[in-house]
Design a protein around this ligand. Structure first.
Ligand code: NDP
Length: 341
């Protein structure tokens, strides 16, 4: 099975009709060129940045998907056949160019071997030990210089990135305020140690809710959503506040007519706020990556980190699994399970 994009979608909301589920012949061992591997896909990652890749424009930081070609993204799988000296049959591998296919062929350089038989689900390489978690680390730790006693506000706090921000911040002695779009998500954020958490869909006026949760103001805002949330955060920043501009999912499907216009941007000046826009892929080659892996893998072994995966089963369900992200229908890191092993 293969999932292909039907057309580019410059703005507005993608729908299931924009994806085609196709039966294709599985690649065979005999079709491998030198230094290639045939991979059996175990899990694929659904990520909000895909929205930029569906758009057909070149202003996204990753190239757009091409209509008629399979979707590609982060994944984890098992090497079924190899002509590479670096990878052998049975190796567990991860990488950012997994095709949305049950089996596919790629260059050995496109994937990295990861430990297998560790007792943890391979899906963790897409979550707690993967890109979203590192994104949390870079935004909070590398860029915002958090200090014990400070207050951090986290939007989409139960999501793939947000749940790790909450835990990294608590581990550093911050006061954590988390927001999410359902009561179950709010309970989960509290279970991770957040000092205050609220449902932004039912809280009434967002400014009142943030003011109540952080009466003294916000030192760090970890922005996953943009739009009105960012605007309210800007209004409540303390002097020398920092904003990790991680993502703005509330705006990804916006059209020029519906895009949110910020009203409180002027506060940046008197409050001397720093805003850090960043893309996580720039940080894998920096010392931050090793520090992140050391901290989180140690905590994982000690049972001191809790990371929620949200599995959808079956490649044919991957398009809906992706679209769900933009409606908050995921709860935790959304992955698509193709097969267990
Ligand atoms: P999540 O797992 O948090 O899923 C997305 C969540 O966003 C939804 O569950 C929903 O949560 C919330 N959401 C969706 N639509 C809206 C909306 N209109 N308004 C407010 N909230 C909304 O996703 P990730 O953790 O993977 O990603 C979080 C953010 O981080 C995204 O903006 C993403 O683009 C960004 N990102 C940036 C990276 C970088 O390198 N800078 C790397 C990875 C991610 P709820 O129910 O709580 O509303």
């Amino acid at each position: 099975t293969s999932i292909k994009l039907v057309r580019n979608i410059p703005s507005g909301s993608p729908t299931l009709k924009d994806f085609k589920v196709e039966s294709v012949d599985a690649p065979t061992k005999s079709s491998l060129q030198p230094n290639q591997v045939l991979i059996r896909t175990l899990y694929l990652s659904c990520d909000p940045y895909f929205r930029g890749r569906l758009s057909g424009t070149r202003d996204s930081y990753v190239a757009s998907f091409e209509p008629g070609k399979p979707i590609e993204g982060l994944g984890v799988g098992v090497v079924e056949a190899s002509t590479s000296s670096k990878l052998s049959e049975g190796d567990l591998v991860t990488g950012g160019a997994f095709l949305w296919e049950t089996r596919f062929v790629c260059a050995d350089s496109a994937v990295t071997k990861v430990p297998s038989n560790t007792g943890i689900s391979p899906a963790n390489y897409l979550g707690v030990l993967g890109m979203p978690s590192f994104t949390a680390y870079v935004g909070l730790v590398s860029l915002c210089n958090p200090k014990a006693g400070e207050t951090v506000l986290v939007s989409a706090a139960s999501g793939a990135v947000g749940q790790m921000v909450v835990q990294l911040a608590k581990a550093r002695g911050l006061r954590v305020v988390g927001a999410a779009g359902s009561d179950d998500k709010v309970d989960f954020i509290k279970s991770l140690g957040a000092d205050v958490a609220f449902n932004y869909k039912t809280c009434g006026d967002l400014q009142d809710a943030v003011k109540k949760a952080a009466p003294e103001g916000i030192d760090i805002y970890f922005d996953n959503v943009g739009g009105e949330f960012l605007d309210v955060a800007l209004k409540n920043m303390r002097p020398f506040g920092r904003i990790a501009a991680c993502g703005m999912i509330s705006q990804y499907n916006a059209t020029p007519e519906t895009a949110y216009q910020l009203k409180n941007i002027v506060n940046i000046v008197p409050k001397k706020v720093s805003i850090f826009g960043y893309i996580v892929t720039d940080y894998y080659s920096k010392p931050d990556y090793k520090k992140f892996i050391d901290e989180v893998s140690t905590k994982l072994k000690e049972g001191k980190v809790n990371y929620k995966l949200d599995e959808v089963v079956g490649l044919e369900n991957a398009p809906q699994a992706l679209l769900d992200l933009f409606e908050g229908k995921n709860f935790g890191k959304r992955v698509v399970k193709i097969t267990d092993s």
